[in-house]
Design a protein around this ligand. Structure first.
Ligand code: T5A
Length: 228
C-alpha cells in the first residue's frame, strides 16, 4: 500500500498577544470543516514531557542558568514534541497547526537573547532536521497592542510570565527580529497584519493557507453554510 501523502505543517509566530492562539484555533476549525485530519499543538509544550519543561521555562526557573541553558531547554522540549507528536501526525497525513516553533527560538533566544546563531542552527538541525514548517504565518502587531491584549486576556490579578515582564523596547526588537526572519525565508513565511479585527486576520490567514495548499479548495465547504 502506498504511504499516505505527507500532511501540511503550519506554524504561527509573532510577539506577545499577537493573536496566535485565537487564530490557531480558528484555523484548526476551518481545516476540520474541509474534512482534514488536524492536530493542534503549541510550543513550548505540546507533549506531556514538553509541557513540564514549559512550566519551568515560563515561570522563569531556567533563566538564572543563563541563555544557553534556556536555549537547550526549549530545544529539549521541542525534541520530545517533534518525535512524539508532530512527526507521527505528519507521517499519517494529518495537518499540524503549531502555535510557535523554531522561529520563536531564533528570535527570542537568538536575536534578543544573544545566543550564538550557529548554536541555534546546530540545535535546529539536530532537533528538527528536515521537518521544517511548510507555511509559517507571522502575525505582526504593534507591540503596545499585543501587550495590551495579552494583559487583558490574563487579567490584572494573574502573574505575567517571564517574557511578558520584559519592557516595551524588548517587544519592539522582537517585532523587528520576526520581520527579519520572515524576510529571509519568503517562500515559507507570510506576514499577516494582526492589527486588524479578528475576522479580517482569519480571512488573510485562510488566503495564505489556500495559496500554499491549493488542494484544500476542493474540500472547502460552500460559504454561507455556517459550516466553519
Ligand atoms: N518562547 C517560545 C521562546 O522564548 N522560545 C521558544 O522557542 C518558544 C517556542 C510562550 C513564551 O515562550 C517564548 C515566547 C513566549 O513569550 P505563551 O503563553 O505561549 O508563552 O505566550 P504567547 O505565545 O505570546 O501567547 P499570548 O497569549 O501572549 O499571545 P497570542 O496567542 O498571540 O494571543 P491570543 O490569541 O491569546 O490573544 C490575546 C488576546 O487578544 C485578543 C484575544 O481574544 C485575547 O484576549 N485578540 C484580539 N483582540 C482584538 N483584535 C484581534 N485581532 C485579536 N486577536 C486576539
Amino acid at each position: 500500500m502506498a504511504a499516505p501523502e505527507r500532511g501540511g505543517f503550519i506554524t504561527l509566530e509573532g510577539g506577545e498577544g499577537a493573536g496566535k492562539s485565537t487564530q490557531a484555533a480558528l484555523l484548526v476549525s476551518r481545516l476540520l470543516a474541509c474534512g482534514t485530519d488536524v492536530v493542534a499543538t503549541r510550543e513550548p509544550g505540546g507533549s506531556p514531557r514538553a509541557e513540564a519543561i514549559r512550566a519551568a521555562l515560563l515561570a522563569g526557573a531556567v533563566a538564572p542558568l543563563g541563555p544557553i541553558a534556556e536555549t537547550l531547554m526549549f530545544s529539549a522540549a521541542r525534541l520530545d514534541h517533534v518525535d512524539t507528536k508532530i512527526r507521527p501526525a505528519l507521517e499519517r497525513g494529518a495537518f499540524v497547526v503549531c502555535d510557535r516553533f523554531i522561529d520563536s527560538t531564533r528570535v527570542y533566544q537568538g536575536e534578543l537573547g544573544h545566543t550564538d546563531p550557529t548554536l541555534i542552527a546546530s540545535l535546529e538541525r539536530v532537533v528538527v532536521g528536515d521537518l521544517k514548517p511548510d507555511l509559517t504565518l507571522l502575525l505582526d502587531v504593534a507591540p503596545a497592542t499585543g501587550l495590551a491584549r495579552a494583559l487583558a486576556r490574563r487579567g490584572t490579578d494573574a502573574v505575567a510570565d517571564r517574557f511578558e515582564r520584559e519592557g516595551e523596547g524588548f517587544h519592539e526588537r522582537l517585532r523587528t527580529a520576526f520581520l527579519a526572519v520572515a524576510a529571509r525565508e519568503p517562500e515559507r513565511c507570510r506576514v499577516i497584519d494582526g492589527n486588524q479585527g479578528s475576522d479580517a486576520v482569519t480571512e488573510a490567514i485562510w488566503a495564505a493557507v489556500l495559496s500554499r495548499f491549493p488542494r484544500l479548495q476542493l474540500h472547502e465547504p460552500k460559504s454561507g453554510t455556517g459550516d466553519r
